[in-house]
Design a protein around this ligand. Sequence first.
Ligand SMILES: *[C@@H]1O[C@H](CO)[C@@H](O)[C@H](O)[C@H]1NC(C)=O
Ligand SMILES: *[C@@H]1O[C@H](CO)[C@@H](O)[C@H](O)[C@H]1NC(C)=O
Length: 522
Amino acid sequence: MGRLFATEKAGGRALYKLHAVTVFVGICLVLCYRATHVPAAGAGRAAWLGMLAAELWFGFYWVITQSSRWCPIRRRAFKDRLAARYGDRLPCVDIFVCTADPQSEPPSLVMATVLSLMAYNYPPEKLNVYLSDDGGSILTFYALWETAAFAKHWLPFCRRYNIEPRSPAAYFAESDRPNDPRALEEWSFVKDLYQEMTERINSAVKSGKVPEEMKVNHKGFSEWNTGGTSKDHQPIVQILIDGKDRGAVDIDGNVLPTLVYMAREKRPQYHHNFKAGAMNALIRVSSVISKSPIIMNVDCDMYSNNSDSIREALCFFLDEEMGHKIAFVQYPQNYNNMTKNNIYGNSLNVINQVELAGMDTWGGPLYIGTGCFHRRETLCGRSFNKDYKEDWDQGIKTQQPIDQTEEKAKSLATCTYEHNTQWGNEIGLKYGCPVEDVITGLAIHCRGWESVYNNPPRAAFVGVAPTTISQTILQHKRWSEGANGELVTGIRNQRFLPWKEAANDAHHKATLKRSEALKYLQ
Ligand SMILES: *[C@@H]1O[C@H](CO)[C@@H](O)[C@H](O)[C@H]1NC(C)=O
Ligand SMILES: *[C@@H]1O[C@H](CO)[C@@H](O)[C@H](O)[C@H]1NC(C)=O
């Protein structure tokens, strides 16, 4: 029996090593120069000392970084073998999408992402999509309702014509009109439906109001009658499509994936721990709705560009020889909105092509917070044990009434649930650090697991990159700030569309200062 994936040496290693040797010689020559040109005591000596210290430090740092660049590897997954061996007997998968604010992350963009995830080439009854809305906004909830209705047309369309990518926004922007008249008719019909939906969502966001007839037709909207705000509201969990319910079908009569909206409880007196807090709430909420053994998470602005990514990731987990050691499978972040000649370096080539692939040699890449498939068990704190056998068939089979499930889920998304528990420490994503994803990944490695980096030729997840110099600078400012002080000032929300968020923060702070000042004046 063949393996489900192959590991190969990445190309260009010899060239890189040659390059590294020249850099190393350069560093040695610089140090030689310093050693032979010591100025006499005086002002020159202080400058010389400073330069030497900087060069020693950078030289040392460079040597250390070679560990992640010296021997990159490449993985290749064989999804045909997976199909031959397992057919549709595949594990259930929970997909987590996190969004924070309908103003900086337009719901129509988020919904295109959600649709691309629902349209994965995977048995729909085994697919569960969860949207965490940290803004607790009725607008996002409304957009998800519209999406649930549109999915009934979109999913059969994707399947019938086997289209890629399956984000309607990206697909209609890229694809040409089909030539076949029947296909063209359906293409135009679905395109019009999509455009109308987007317009309805955008106008609701613009006016800040949801159409009245929508509100009376669906009981879910009553959650917003209590007058909560984005920072002060009760937990909300709504199952918009219940995949276990045989009645939830698309226009072709096929079952739809489960679709769940969650806004965890927010109260001003409790710290919400940003994205890590949202992810942990999703882990718990999903544990009473679907409890799939595989959890995938992706940022709300990164759509799926390849409908086979889940099957590819499973090639690693289900491999007979290595699979039992693998805790997570990380995909790179790719962007479609690159400027000409990539002048701001947004394509992250060094990280995507070299460093993550280089770390894969030493037990696996870091977890970078998006485009990652986890085992639920490891995310919940399980240590590696070579005798442990994962039960891939686990998942919730009993059929409880939907409102009971929702009530139970809500009780798991409250502010106080985590008090005096190991959540945020031993269980789930770690709290207290702005790069929660990286330290969570490292903690998983410390518990004995390995990880895998999969960078297929066709990008699996594609996001939007900043396209102007000011957006780029803001993004890099945020990334470098990630390492210090942000938690203290508490301005960090989440890292999606970071440059927009920074602009919002600045605006928000200015508004706050004004209102504080007014308070004192009164
Ligand atoms: C993509 O980039 C173009 C310019 O390069 C810009 O006009 C457009 O708004 C960008 N798209 C998004 C979604 O940011
Ligand atoms: C996304 O997938 C398409 C094929 O559907 C491919 O042509 C394109 O290069 C991919 N996008 C990126 C950014 O790799």
